[in-house]
Design a protein. Structure first.
Length: 197
């Protein structure tokens, strides 16, 4: 529980930071050095994913979201992108997938906060809640087949809509494939991802 409060505090600090202000790139490229203290801050209202390293913005990218962009994800099929603090569960090269693009970063949705809310609203069972909590505490992939939905991640695909800033996914974060290629070099399982409205 203490870990959750700490990340709520971190989230509040990032939200007060305002727009992503990118620090000038260091020799050799800032992204190449961004593995230590790496956090991805995603702002749905600004259509951005900003890479932070040790609290400083390193690079900002265009991002789009679920077709129902307002508010937090509540259940499977609501086409919303979840809000909160997550971590990367896995990363994968997809080849030339027409919908998902060439790269995939899985996110730890549902998180403990979403599970607590769903348990209180009787959307999931106590066993499902316990499995979600256990997975989050060990940075494993939480159960993906509850009424909360699952398989939320960061991917490419539909570059025409992404370039125009059109929210087109079923709840994932979509980016341009060239930008995902850069992120693929530095993002690892366990990387923190903060998603705000």
């Amino acid at each position: 529980m203490l870990r959750r409060y700490i990340w709520v505090g971190v989230l509040a600090i990032f939200m007060m930071a305002g727009p992503c202000k990118v620090v000038a790139a260091a020799p050799g490229g800032a992204l190449a050095e961004a593995q230590e203290g790496l956090v991805l801050l995603i702002k749905k209202s600004a259509h951005t994913l900003c890479v932070y390293r040790e609290g400083k913005a390193v690079k900002e990218y265009l991002a789009v979201f679920g077709v129902n962009p307002d508010g937090d994800k509540v259940r499977q099929g609501d086409n919303r992108t979840p809000e909160g603090v997550f971590y990367i569960t896995d990363k994968e090269r997809l080849g030339e997938n027409p919908v998902l693009g060439r790269k995939w970063f899985g996110l730890s949705y549902p998180d403990i906060g979403h599970a607590e809310r769903a348990l209180n609203q009787a959307l999931i069972s106590y066993d499902q809640y316990s499995a979600i909590v256990s997975a989050n505490n060990t940075q494993a992939l939480p159960p993906q087949s509850t009424t909360l939905g699952g398989w939320i991640g960061i991917h490419g695909g539909r570059e025409d809509l992404t370039r125009e800033g059109v929210n087109w996914t079923e709840g994932c974060i979509a980016m341009l494939d060239k930008d995902l290629e850069e992120l693929f070099q530095i993002v690892k399982p366990g990387t923190k991802v903060i998603i705000t409205g």
